[in-house]
Design a binder for this molecule. Sequence first.
Ligand code: ADP
Ligand code: MG
Length: 351
Amino acid sequence: MKDFFKSVRRHIGKLDADHLREQYARLSDEAVSLDTLFMTIAQGIIVLDEHGAIVKSNPAARDLLGMDPSDALDALALPLGKASKRDMDVTYPEKRTLEIQTVPMDQGTLAYLRDVTAERERTEEELRAGATRAVRDLAAGVAHEIGNPLNALSLNLQLLKRTLPEDAGIDECIKQVERLDRILKGFLQALRPSKPNLAPGSVAEPVKNCLAVMKPQFEQRSISVTLDLPGALPPVAIDKEQMEQVFFNLVKNSLEATRDGGRIDIAMSSDDNDVIVKVRDDGLGMDPEQVAHLFEPYRTTKSHGTGLGLMISSRIVRDHGGTIAVESRPGEGTSFTIRLPRLERRIRALN
Ligand code: ADP
Ligand code: MG
């Protein structure tokens, strides 16, 4: 449709009155049907100009937010001119989870709101509930049965490698076995998420551990990594091992998206409610379509990817009572923001 309008614009000087009338009729029909869609669709839509001011919004946006979108702008903190996606909990008029996505347009930004309360609850329930449990256990059983011979295969290949000539193709076999092993491990983890073992602690520790483990990889590829860590960070309820895995997944993705000599910045901070960790890279970035499907399982753009890292990470963050958000622009980079509720807030919420 964009192309059609562009071509009409280009030729408008040459169109005669009949043609113009025809195009006008076509446009007005289109505008009326789009307006009907805009006014009646269950998803909330907010259109922002390039300065972040609201150009228009539909009734569903108002209903979902429980207030006029212009009064919610601060809380929404919509990134301008970027594709982004995150969940937000609203408490009024009732407790609900909204998924908020933005899509950059030629001039301005389109924000798209969806009530995902039922969807999120369903996923959680399905993971726990009985009906799927049998299937899960079976799948996990089979996965384990594959894991053992895979281990044996790997060991024997290593032994063979020592005795066979280099061009015998053993390296490729080893690589493929390692790949199977990776997929299997991710799959097992996705099937059986263990509940986090929460204890009061600092989020700085798992971040630092993760960076220490990955340091050789940064050095090898001349990637500069900065860590912005304020002196005192409020405590959170945290399973350090699981959160370390989250940061590992994020930083690994950043590494894979960044060219040699690129940079990754990690910044920690806190506000009244949350402790916030931002992981930002200046790598490939993602287009809006990719962002829209992020956190869904098996979505990968890598030949050796599993597409499970972000799904597992977002589940871990949610099990911590937190949220994970993403912002990205193709060619410019990506930033992930994790928010974990401050310990005092959790305690207050329980009372
Ligand atoms: P995998 O890394 O195995 O592909 P993930 O769930 O970790 O699975 O990531 C899913 C997809 O999201 C990746 O294949 C990639 O396309 C995209 N992605 C994730 N993080 C980034 C990033 N920092 N920069 C660019 N693309 C990313
Ligand atoms: Mg990954």
